[in-house]
Design a protein around this ligand. Structure first.
Ligand SMILES: C[S@@+](CC[C@H](N)C(=O)[O-])C[C@H]1O[C@@H](n2cnc3c(N)ncnc32)[C@H](O)[C@@H]1O
Length: 477
């Protein structure tokens, strides 16, 4: 790989000749492939039986290496939210969350969240009863974020599309903020050739300055005593150690250690002047791409001032409602624990959101552009309640509400391409939940001679061809 000369010079002087040469060699190796499983959908998964299984990612209880790249696009379980394809080093976020959030429910913001690797991960690691706000400033990327979180299936998620500065009204709001900031991407050189071509010393400077602005913008919305998890996928100290030192000094924050066994082979602080704990993943030392993470705690002394006052929840929202009370009751009856959710109506759409976080949702809606909150259940059309795809993906749906039809691989792919489906003559008429390996794929409306495909148009598999060799995580037996 042809590395930018200036990058090579700077990184060599940072790491020393020997380490730098090893790093440069590693960048010519094949990039490791790893996935993270959604335990809520694959509770008793027998990991060793997966195709390509090549051992656990040591710092993530649900992360696994694969010995080759599977044809993920043609794996129904991938589209059903059973796993996320994620670079292994970045799964280290789990350690920070487990050590410092533990079992206490938290309100967490993932500020730079698209496409959703760390958001889906955080949602799995946060204790039950937590709320995750996943934000992405770029509009079309925020749609991808919403798609990935919908597939992941957890109801306690709000997706927003805002600039970090828009969070200034939400003072002392979050217990945890993850800032996986946009960076110069040196750690992605092996994975993404564009990162090499876009790299320049000037861009490194643009990045560290922007990163400080992002932290300054969002810092007031972290509660006193709250946690900031800062991460990048780059090596240089301007975007890493120097920014951590700046956050520490500017905001009087404490830099916290994360317990890390020596066998993981991580690298610590690379500035000579002083020590504080930070965690680096270098591709010649760990199986993964370059990654940097540090955890900081906001000082408690601000805790005497008046905290953010949550806006009282407005109760059930009905905007120009074309929905009757009976229809709402029907939708409520679809849920596993209906008392835990508030159903809101927007036009003809009904959504369920965890009751305990309604005040937080009201506050978020006042300040931010909320593009999704909770689980979209149904659209009401006259007397008909059309079940939403998000309901099929979520795990709040009772499994005795809609008849289920298990489909073979070819039919699952046809469904995910949004082609017309013909079910067996015995299949019931009306709304049917298709499953593949007993995992919900989505709804169809069976009208007998064919079934109307309700898969979201914009999420369909667009590729018309089927590769000759298909390698997916597990095959139907
Ligand atoms: C490293 S990526 C995030 C990856 C994501 N956390 C994940 O694990 O899938 C950084 C994100 O920051 C967003 N971003 C770009 N400029 C930004 C800005 N000025 N403020 C906040 N976020 C920004 C990018 O669009 C991108 O989605």
């Amino acid at each position: 790989m042809e590395l930018p000369v200036s990058f090579a010079d700077r990184t060599r002087s940072l790491l020393g000749d020997e380490e730098y040469n090893k790093l440069a060699d590693a960048l010519n190796d094949e990039q490791p492939v790893s996935i993270r499983l959604n335990e809520a959908k694959l509770p008793n998964a027998s990991f060793g039986l997966f195709h390509g299984y090549a051992g656990p990612v040591p710092w993530s209880s649900t992360g696994f290496y694969l010995d080759r790249r599977l044809t993920f696009t043609f794996d129904p379980l991938f589209h059903a939210g059973c796993y996320y394809v994620q670079e292994a080093s970045s799964m280290f976020v789990e350690q920070a969350l487990k050590q410092y959030v533990g079992e206490t429910p938290a309100v967490m913001l993932d500020l730079c969240a698209a496409p959703g690797g760390k958001s889906t991960h955080a949602r799995s690691v946060l204790p039950e009863g937590s709320l995750l706000v996943a934000n992405e400033v770029i509009r079309n990327r925020s749609q991808i974020l919403a798609e990935n979180l919908t597939k992941w299936g957890h109801p306690g998620v709000v997706v927003t599309n805002n600039d970090p500065a828009d969070f200034s009204d939400l003072e002392d709001f979050f217990d945890v903020i993850l800032t996986d900031v946009p960076c110069s991407g040196e750690g992605m050189f092996r994975k993404d050739p564009v990162a090499v071509s876009e790299w320049s010393p000037a861009n490194v400077d643009i990045c560290w300055i922007r990163q400080r602005r992002i932290i300054s913008d969002v810092w007031p919305s972290l509660k006193p005593g709250g946690l900031l998890i800062y991460s990048t996928c780059t090596y240089n100290i301007k975007e890493n150690e120097r920014n951590i030192r700046w956050i520490r000094d500017e905001f009087d924050a404490e830099v916290l250690p994360v317990d890390v066994p020596g066998v993981w082979n991580l690298t610590g602080n690379l500035i000579d002047e002083e020590y504080f704990p930070v965690y680096r993943f270098l591709p010649h030392r760990t199986r993964g791409e370059g990654f940097f993470l540090a955890v900081l705690r906001k000082p408690e002394e601000g805790s005497m001032k008046i905290r953010y006052k949550l806006i009282p929840a407005q109760g059930m929202k009905r905007v120009a409602s074309g929905v009757s009370k009976e229809q709402l009751d029907v939708a409520r009856g679809w849920l596993l624990s209906p008392d835990d959710y508030e159903l809101s109506v927007n036009g003809t759409n009904i959504t369920a959101f965890p009751k305990e976080y309604l005040p937080e949702l009201s506050s978020l809606q006042q300040s931010l552009r909320v593009i999704q909150a909770g689980v979209a259940l149904t659209e009401v059309k006259g007397k008909d309640l059309i079940p939403n795809h998000a309901l099929a993906m979520s795990y709040i749906l009772r499994n005795d509400v809609f008849p289920r039809e298990e489909v073979p691989y070819e039919q699952a792919i046809a469904y995910l391409r949004k082609e017309a489906i013909v079910l067996s003559g015995e299949a019931p008429r009306g709304y049917v939940l298709l499953t593949y390996m007993n995992i919900p794929l989505g709804f169809v409306k069976n009208i007998g001679n064919r079934a109307n495909n309700l898969y979201p148009q914009e999420w369909r598999i667009r590729s018309g061809y089927l590769p000759e060799e298909i390698l997916i995580l597990c095959n139907q037996s």
